[in-house]
Design a protein around this ligand. Structure first.
Ligand code: C2E
Ligand code: MG
Ligand code: MG
Length: 300
């Protein structure tokens, strides 16, 4: 009965739901994944892939987004969409988030030790990371341990995080991170409910146009209008605007025409393991071998 109640609530309430075998099986799968996730936290199965972000005007590498991958010994490479939501529901995202920060710092250190000047690394943060312990302190300690300054990092948060009922705690932590020199980007912008007042209140530096809008440029006049409006809105607030999910030259040209500052997407590169992105990091731009292969696939 409890399972059925849980499902009815998750499906939006005000509905009926009976107990089914399928519900029980789904719970078993979930429990198994949760205990696997717990086990994996103590292993070295997690790694970061990095996706280039390019400045449109100069075509130079402006940053890389760190995207989590789970290399499971039996199931192979598991994309974040399959375990981050569960990690968020169970609170495991808090230790997992620390692990991500550690991996990112370790990579920045490794690049520097190899004589490279890595671009800013963008790390995604989940809401729970703002509400458990002191995130800004955790970040500061980690960075100090690797002898890295805050300006080496950017943090991506989604609109939902700014709207949390513990908004005060989120604001405090973001303000501290920003004051220390990190950049803050609003991820998946346009899909949530953040209002203009939030852009004024939070120390946001960059808007990230959600890839669903970019995908339908040239197919949906509504999406074209949204993209143009986000660029204008961002610039009116003195913010940079980056488009994610850029897959075609036509999308790129539209974004360029409308003054978007940065782009990220398969047109340039998929998220790549650290060793495959080092040529980008070394040259500060797309390596020649990748230019011949637009949108080359590295990930399956
Ligand atoms: P996100 O932060 O919005 O990341 C962008 C997603 O778009 C990535 O999916 C990336 O691989 C994908 N992408 C980039 N360019 C293109 C493109 O041209 N076309 C298409 N179709 N997709 C593109 P990914 O790596 O599967 O990550 C999915 C989501 O998982 C991320 O969305 C983020 O919300 C979450 N995530 C990933 N790593 C972390 C992490 O370390 N911490 C937290 N809290 N969340 C993470
Ligand atoms: Mg992101
Ligand atoms: Mg996004």
């Amino acid at each position: 009965a409890d399972l059925a109640l849980y499902r009815a609530k998750a499906a939006g309430r005000s509905r009926w739901q009976g107990y089914t075998r399928e519900l029980r099986d789904a719970l078993a799968v979930r429990r198994a994944l949760e205990s696997e996730l717990r086990r994996a936290l103590g292993s070295d199965e997690f790694e970061l892939y990095y996706q280039p972000q390019l400045a449109l005007a100069s075509q130079r590498l402006a940053g890389v987004e760190a995207l989590l991958r789970w290399r499971h010994p039996v199931r192979g490479l598991i994309p974040p969409g399959e375990f981050i939501p569960l990690a968020e529901e169970t609170g495991l995202i808090v230790p997992l988030g620390v692990l991500v920060l550690n991996l990112a710092c370790r990579q920045i250190r490794a690049w520097r030790e190899a004589g490279l000047t890595p671009p800013r690394v963008a790390v995604n943060l989940a809401t729970a990371q703002f509400l458990n312990g002191n995130l800004a302190d955790t970040v500061a300690q980690l960075l100090a341990g690797y002898d890295i300054e805050h300006a080496a990092l950017e943090f991506e948060v989604v609109e939902r995080t700014l709207l949390d009922r513990n908004q005060g705690a989120v604001l405090e932590q973001l303000t501290a991170l920003h004051a220390a020199g990190a950049l803050i980007a609003l991820d998946d912008f346009g899909t949530g409910y953040a209002s203009l007042a939030h852009l004024k209140l939070f120390p946001v530096h960059r808007l990230k146009i959600d890839r669903s809008f970019v995908a339908d440029i040239h197919r949906d006049p509504g999406d074209e209008a949204i993209v143009r409006a986000i660029v204008q809105l961002g610039h009116a607030f003195g913010l940079e605007v980056i488009a994610e999910g850029v897959e075609s030259v036509a999308q790129l040209e539209f974004l360029r025409l409308h003054g978007c500052d940065l782009v990220q997407g398969y047109l340039y590169a998929r998220p790549l393991p650290a060793d495959e992105i080092s040529a980008w990091v070394r040259d500060g731009r797309r390596p020649p071998e990748a230019q011949a292969l637009p949108g080359r696939r590295s990930e399956g």
